[in-house]
Design a protein around this ligand. Structure first.
Ligand SMILES: *Cc1c(COP(=O)(O)O)cnc(C)c1O
Length: 373
């Protein structure tokens, strides 16, 4: 029996993507690789809805967070970090590590950021150089109203940098980078892109390129300027994860054929199916419905159930791998990923497995089941 991998990354990959990974190596400074890199960058621009430069880095997603900070900011600069969970905190941690003065604007877990509060924070202090924000908070299953946040930011500070962690949203849910006037926006191959881990993809605006000219944080591996000058030759500055590039080339062909609107509609349908199914089992969601994510759903572990034991039973007896909670939510929630290469049947199988496992794990859906916030 095959495993139903329902974590929010790495996500399952189609067979043709996996097969592309088994190809023999090629010269990463040769003409064939140049064609692949060019095709990937062009395909990503379409799916990112941007005319900005799109760079690919051989890295985990966290490398992209780091790259956004080191290429645009200087030690001593101030940044407003809008955080709704763990990945917002990680973005802030990275900036602090490099000497950026980070002001946190945090919202309760399960809720989204309030655009008016973001605008208010910017009005109160004109020294901020950047706003850092997570589009889709994978740790809580919440999608921020990024278009509204960006608009609120631009009304107060038309020229401030907006740096966006869109690792678990870009390519799966709507994120028109140019329409929303965002500066650095990035994702990772192992989330909605149906590709194994190893590639981070970053869109860089004119405003961000200007900032890079004066940004003083030391950088080498993640230097955007180097990445861009090599991209113009059809290369990357350092040896890339060649196999992951093969895989991305194939996956993008499939995604472009499906089309952005269909991809977004599929994720919206799967998100709704997951939320409806989980509620029908008598469980409660962590996220408010209006801001619930269409790529990952976080569910409160019901009273009387041991979250770790439930995940273990799902894995060992029902071949379904769920994600747990992170940080203070460890043991309190479990998460279901529904991004990338996923169909209704995969979600239905996951819900069916939960229906069988929950009572065995001690759940009685008699009304008092769901734990209070
Ligand atoms: C997965 C994820 C990351 C981290 O990506 P890694 O590849 O594990 O470094 C960061 N931010 C968000 C929103 C994510 O979903």
């Amino acid at each position: 029996m095959s495993v139903n991998l329902r974590i929010p990354g790495p996500t399952p990959c189609p067979d043709d993507v996996l097969q592309a990974m088994s190809r023999q190596m090629i010269n990463h400074r040769g003409p064939e690789f140049a064609e692949i890199v060019g095709r990937i960058s062009d395909g990503l621009k379409q799916l990112f809805e941007t005319k900005n430069d799109v760079l690919t880095l051989t890295s985990a997603g966290t490398g992209a967070l780091e790259s956004a900070v080191v290429n645009t900011l200087s030690p001593g600069d101030r940044a407003l970090c809008v955080s709704i969970g763990n990945f917002g905190e990680r973005f802030a941690d990275i900036a602090r590590t490099y000497g950026v003065g980070v002001e946190m604007l945090a919202f309760a877990k399960g809720t989204a950021a309030d655009p008016a509060k973001v605008a208010e924070a910017l009005r109160g202090d004109s020294s901020y150089k950047a706003v850092m924000v997570t589009h889709n908070e994978t740790s809580t299953g919440v999608t921020n109203p990024l278009g509204e946040i960006a608009q609120a930011v631009r009304e107060v500070r038309p020229d401030i940098l907006i740096l966006v962690d869109a690792i678990s949203s870009l390519g799966s849910v709507p994120l028109p980078i140019d329409t929303w006037d965002l500066d650095v926006v990035f994702t990772g191959s192992q989330k909605g892109w149906m590709v194994p881990p190893g590639m981070a993809m970053v869109a860089v605006s004119k405003r961000a390129w200007d900032a890079a000219e004066t940004a003083k944080i030391p950088r080498y591996y993640f230097d955007y300027k180097k990445a861009k000058s090599y991209l113009e030759k059809g290369q990357t500055p350092w040896t890339p994860a060649v196999s992951v590039y093969f895989a991305m080339d194939v996956a993008l062909r499939t995604l472009l054929a499906e089309g952005l609107e269909n991809i977004h509609a599929r994720h919206a349908r799967l998100g709704q199916l997951t939320r409806d199914g989980v509620r029908a089992l008598g469980l409660r969601l962590l996220a408010d419905e209006q801001v619930a994510s269409n790529t990952v759903t976080a569910v409160w572990v019901p009273e009387g159930v041991d979250g770790a034991a439930l995940n273990k039973m799902m894995r060992t007896e029902y071949h379904t791998v769920l994600a747990g909670g992170q940080g203070e939510l460890t043991g309190k929630i479990f998460r279901i990923g529904h991004l990338g290469y996923v169909k209704e049947a995969d979600i239905q199988a996951c819900l069916d497995a939960l229906k069988m496992a929950l009572p065995r794990a001690g759940f009685s859906p008699s009304g008092v089941g769901a734990s209070a916030r």
